[in-house]
Design a binder for this molecule. Structure first.
Ligand SMILES: NC(=O)c1ccc[n+]([C@@H]2O[C@H](COP(=O)([O-])OP(=O)(O)OC[C@H]3O[C@@H](n4cnc5c(N)ncnc54)[C@H](O)[C@@H]3O)[C@@H](O)[C@H]2O)c1
Length: 277
């Protein structure tokens, strides 16, 4: 039983949705449950290898899970750092079903970590290139398509708790996610008169390939074993558990629905109460 009947038949492009355990796949499936037609995006495996992104090719399995729900699904690949590829991604998404109602800017990288004084500028640029430049480019072309069609739309970007607070060894990631909130707030003002809302979601501690890697790597770098890490998390998070992909996917479905039609420019925490500003 769908929670948001108005989403039935809408077309959603979800970036970075080619990993079975990822937030993108969970969001795509949640929107499909509401009857959205879904365009799954990810970087092509060869480009991922060139960029050093440890990516398996699981997009076909995600697509099968979406179509099992009885909705149409298309796939597209693009390196979000490359403007022509992002323009092509949006053109293909619009072409797939003749319209684009929802963009979920989910793709991101967070595996290049290090102290500010040690971080190679290439790592800084790589993180900014996907997390901020890529989100900007997707918003630029998807927003233009929504405005041109004149039927409004929804843009939701998956930021992070790192968009609200600094995290040691994660300066590039945190800066990119803080930047994503600035982009969200500015675009919300520009797109408001076109009926396009622009919001962000700030999750934390979600078990995905990236999330697991970050937790294990940062704990090791800080000399904290995983038992201590989880104990500290339970002490810090009022709701006492890590985030689940479903928590973010549910928030995203709500923000995409008519029930969120008066909400724009927000950066919604989905953090079990750990982050509250
Ligand atoms: N997992 C967490 O704990 C957590 C917490 C807060 C925010 N986030 C954010 O959620 C989003 C999804 O993360 P996830 O944990 O599901 O990780 P993930 O690694 O499963 O998903 C990220 C996706 O982005 C894609 N991507 C990377 N570089 C790309 C490029 N150049 N062009 C196009 N796509 C590219 C990857 O291929 C991957 O499919 C990210 O933006 C991440 O920063 C995750």
């Amino acid at each position: 039983m769908p929670s948001y009947p108005d989403l039935k038949g809408k077309v959603a492009l979800v970036t970075g949705a080619g990993r079975l355990r990822g937030l993108g796949a969970a969001i795509a499936l949640r929107l499909a449950e509401e009857g959205c037609r879904v365009v799954l995006h990810d970087v092509a495996p060869d480009a991922a290898a060139r960029a050093g992104v440890p990516l398996g090719d699981e997009m076909a399995a995600v697509k099968a899970a979406v179509t099992d729900l009885g909705v149409d699904c298309a796939t597209v690949t693009a390196d979000l750092r490359v403007e022509d590829e992002v323009r092509g991604m949006v053109d293909q998404a619009v072409g797939a079903f003749g319209q684009l109602d929802i963009l979920v800017n989910n793709a991101g990288i967070g595996f290049l970590v290090g102290a500010v004084t040690e971080m190679p500028v290439a790592d800084w640029d790589a993180v900014m290139g996907v997390n901020l430049r890529g989100a900007f480019l997707a918003m630029k072309y998807a927003g233009a398509a929504m405005i041109e069609r004149g039927q409004g739309g929804r843009i939701v970007s998956i930021a992070s708790q790192a968009a609200k607070s600094g995290i040691s060894l994660m300066s590039a990631y945190s800066a990119s996610k803080h930047g994503l909130i600035g982009l969200t707030r500015s675009a919300a003002i520009e797109f408001g008169r076109h009926g396009v809302t622009v919001n962000a979601i700030c999750p934390n501690h979600v078990p995905t390939d990236l999330g697991d890697w970050q937790r294990e790597t940062l704990s090791r770098r800080r000399g904290v074993d995983m038992t201590t890490y989880w104990q500290r998390l339970r002490d810090r998070v009022p709701l006492g558990r890590p985030g689940a992909v479903a928590d973010t996917a549910n928030a995203c479905a709500f923000l995409c629905s008519d029930q969120a039609s008066y909400i724009t420019g927000e950066a919604m925490n989905v953090s079990g109460g750990e982050e509250y500003h």
